[in-house]
Design a protein around this ligand. Structure first.
Ligand code: ZN
Length: 293
């Protein structure tokens, strides 16, 4: 999330005429203020399985100096994925009715592992909710500049309570898509993949790559959401970074669009209205609140 454009939820889900995967039909949208009834009890936009239960709810607390000391480390500042893991580990107090960090007192690592294996959508959503708990729904965007050349106003405030939250009521079901060209291997063509969901473990791996090159981050995002590539005859090959890299631009675009269409959580693109009259879209982030740069 944040500075990573790869994870901007894509709004243009409609206009698909044929074979809409069920998961896309299952995604619902409500405004943030309708969706988020209580500031401290968070309904997760993507329920996920943990051992024998489906986790749908998280309880959060505000950031205090103690949490800040815990997560504001040089290593976390270099890797936003790890930063999200640390903030969530410190500020989530419970999942559902009985899963608490105290339960893992002997093994604090396991609490962190649940946070790492959570869907990326939930982690990003929780980060916003932890921010909102102390600052409210108005977010200051210090670095945003009006694109009107005769204005160039800098610094805007957006209120995200009218922003949409895309959510699922049950865990994400991987769905199949067909790609236009396909992967060629030993005279065979493989042109179908199943899109799954990405987790915090992947977010931790993707972020450092994104700083190097967005294409590299796309390659890893694809490899993290897809297990195998196959064809109508059910021949299958393992889908890994080499396969992702060997696909054509057209195939990669189709896959990245499917991943972005199936991403849930708060819509991060906001239509800004400058006092000069210019309207422009901008990306909302809350990173600066958490990090002392
Ligand atoms: Zn302006």
């Amino acid at each position: 999330m944040a500075k990573d454009k790869a994870f901007i939820p894509n709004k243009k889900v409609e206009n698909k005429t044929t074979d809409i995967p069920p998961v896309l039909n299952d995604i619902k949208t409500l405004s943030f203020k309708e969706y988020q009834k209580y500031p401290e009890i968070i309904t997760l936009p993507e329920p996920f399985k943990y051992v024998d239960q489906v986790i749908t709810k998280a309880y959060i607390k505000e950031v205090t100096g103690a949490e800040e000391e815990e997560y504001n480390t040089p290593q976390n500042k270099e890797n936003f994925g790890r930063l999200v893991t640390s903030i969530c580990s410190a500020c989530i107090t419970q999942f559902n009715e009985d899963i608490t960090p105290q339960r893992f007192q002997q093994k604090p690592i396991e609490w962190r592992e649940i946070i790492r294996s959570m869907p990326m959508s939930d982690r990003d959503y929780l980060l916003f909710c932890i921010y909102i708990l102390s600052e409210g729904t108005e977010i200051e965007l210090k670095d945003v500049t009006c694109p009107n050349p005769s204005c160039r106003s800098r610094g805007f405030i957006v209120d995200i309570k009218e922003q949409g939250v895309r959510y699922l009521e049950k865990p994400f079901e991987p769905f199949e898509i067909t790609i236009p060209k396909g992967y060629k291997f030993k005279d065979k063509i493989y042109n179908k993949v199943k899109i799954g969901t990405s987790t915090g473990i992947m977010q931790e791996r993707v972020f450092p790559l994104f700083a190097q090159s967005p294409s590299k981050a796309d390659t890893l995002t694809m490899a993290s959401c897809i297990d195998t590539i196959y064809n109508d005859k059910n021949d299958a090959q393992k889908f890994n970074m080499d396969v992702a890299r060997s696909l054509t631009k057209a195939d990669r675009t189709v896959i990245m669009e499917a991943i972005s269409e199936s991403t849930v959580g708060i819509e991060l693109i906001v239509d800004m209205q400058c006092k000069c009259g210019r309207q422009f879209p901008t990306l909302v982030t809350v990173t600066d609140f958490f990090v002392r740069w």
